[in-house]
Design a protein around this ligand. Structure first.
Ligand SMILES: [Fe+2]
Length: 279
């Protein structure tokens, strides 16, 4: 601002309005040049700073997006690996084909209705999916034996919970799933194995799984019998509420219509769908 008025309040107002300098008339040419040069330099710095900040923000946003995509890819790779593991068990134990998928879908459906959050849901899904992974360590002669097992064979079979746990517990992202695998044969009243846990000592995922597992076992064809009607499964699960099953889980299961379970049973037959069950 160039002026002949010697008034400090006008000078202040000009600066506030964005003037860089305040020059009184009459002025020297050099003084004006100097002031303009400094104003231009100041403006250049401000512009550079603004550009730098914008670039930086864009770079951070871009990198954040790349990171989140990479994390998602990684997470999905985990699940593909788990699905391959489950597929390997299916190949060994044909009786369970598609069982892991279906039981996972049932488990997730109940867990969601019980208000389980997304992060926990993922652990529960993985635990349900891998519940019988320890059967890899059970000899085929016992695993595929037609007819009833001897007491000793039954003991070997029962070790599949511990075997599964020891395989998974060392993998950090499967630690919580490992707990479900270890506890998937426990009963609400304490009559299950391997630790005879009771009530809420049993991880929630394992309590939900128990209902899902019985449901699938009953409404699927088995080598020795045809699938049973869902009403029979419903009655059976209700009858064992408070014994084998957590009454709260049973209640949630019963609150859904039969058709939902039948649809889920039909839909998730094939392998490699764990990642789709997560959302
Ligand atoms: Fe099992």
């Amino acid at each position: 601002m160039v002026t002949a008025m010697h008034d400090i309040s006008i000078a202040l107002e000009a600066i506030r309005a964005g003037a860089y300098d305040y020059i009184l008339k009459p002025f020297e040419k050099d003084q004006l040049h100097l002031s303009v040069r400094r104003a231009l330099e100041h403006r250049r710095l401000v512009m550079d700073n603004r550009t730098y900040q914008n670039d930086l923000e864009m770079l951070v946003a871009e990198r954040t997006q790349q990171l989140s995509i990479a994390l998602q890819d990684l997470e999905q790779s985990y699940d593909y690996t788990l699905e391959a593991l489950g597929g390997a068990l299916d190949a060994k134990d044909a009786e369970t084909e598609g069982h892991c998928q279906r039981v996972t879908a049932f488990t997730i459906t109940i867990a969601r209705s019980m208000g389980v959050d997304k992060a926990q849901l993922r652990h529960i899904a993985r635990g349900a999916f891998l519940h019988d992974i320890g059967k890899m360590g059970v000899p085929d002669s016992i695993l595929t034996k037609p007819g009833p097992l001897t007491a000793q064979e039954r003991n070997v079979m029962r070790r599949h919970c511990d075997i599964g746990y020891s395989v998974l517990e060392r993998i950090p992202f499967l630690k919580e799933a490992a707990e479900i695998v270890l506890s998937h044969q426990e009963c609400y009243d304490g009559s299950g194995y391997p630790r005879g846990l009771k009530g809420e000592q049993i991880p929630l995922g394992a309590r939900i799984f128990a209902v899902a597992d019985t449901l699938d076992a009953m409404i699927s064809d088995r080598p020795y019998r045809k699938a049973l009607p869902i009403t029979t499964a419903r009655e059976e699960i209700q009858r064992f509420s408070g014994k084998q099953f957590d009454p709260k889980v049973v209640e949630v299961f019963l609150s859904h219509p039969d058709q939902l379970w039948l649809d889920l049973h039909e839909k998730v037959g094939g392998p490699f769908q764990l990642h789709e069950l997560r959302a």
